[in-house]
Ligand binder design. Sequence first.
Ligand code: 2P0
Length: 325
Amino acid sequence: MRPLIQTLIPSGHSPSDCGEAYAPANIALCKYWGKRDEALKLPRTGSLSVSLGAFGTHMRLLPAKTDSLCINGMEFPADDKAHRRLFGFLDLLRAPDFRLRVESRNTIPMAAGLASSASAFAAAVKAMDALYDWGLDGRTLSILARLGSGSASRSVYEGFVEWHEGVDPTGMDSFAEPVAPVWPDFRVGILTLSEAEKAVGSSEGMKRTVETATLYRAWPEQVARDLPEIRRAVLCHDFPALGRTAENNALAMHATMIAAWPPVLYWRPETVAALHAVHQLRAEGVDVYATMDAGPNVKLLFLAPSEARIQEIFPHMQTVSPGDG
Ligand code: 2P0
């Protein structure tokens, strides 16, 4: 993979004293679920997300004698999973024998059930770009971030972002691009329902789904219908269409994983209760929709005027304004 990556990075640049960058977390409205190439993290379908503004990862890279990783003030030893994964990724981008001190700070509320890998890998690529002054464009940053974690390809940008699945076996046409800025009233509510560590990671969950769930055959068709509709709804601020298509897309994704064997069932009783409460709110005329990722927590989509009523039903909801950078 390294030779492929070297074609994207200009040669002859020396590192400076420090490279620093920020990348937001993101939530998919049309989900990425299933790869066509595991190593290059090439997806079977496109996806579309909204970046979470001030919720993300700040990363500082400092040339050092040995590799070390500090996340939110805590040191992670070399045999830790996070350490191995991040430095394994940085090895693809740096010269052999070049060592780094990584200082990372997540502004994502801890235990909010939001993946930090997307913002972490996007921030890592941007910080490497800053450290070496490569001047990479958004497309290249997105391709490189994708190699760390698929969803990181979308965290390179703010606002609504689409990741194209591409057809090239090298993945050079599988990158994300901005679709539109977030409109000011758009809100994401985070319901942290369970803090238990999930039994099946998302990479394993999607692999198992692709390999064993006959229902997965319908997934590309679902995306082919939902992605253009969500893109359209984003561009013309059609919130009800955006919400119902995003909720249906998330439930369809979960249907494919429940149909895998062994089943990939992330839902807890609290997940189902929250979904019923959302449907009850809609029956009352409140425009609120749910989406879920590879875990038991629920994220709500709504517009600012509905916030007070939704907060009454979900007092612990944390609201994000994705437009606030
Ligand atoms: C998404 N998820 O579109 C989907 C919805 C989870 C459910 O992207 O294997 O951590 O590193 O490419 O990016 C989570 O998957 O997986 C994810 P890898 P990643 O947000």
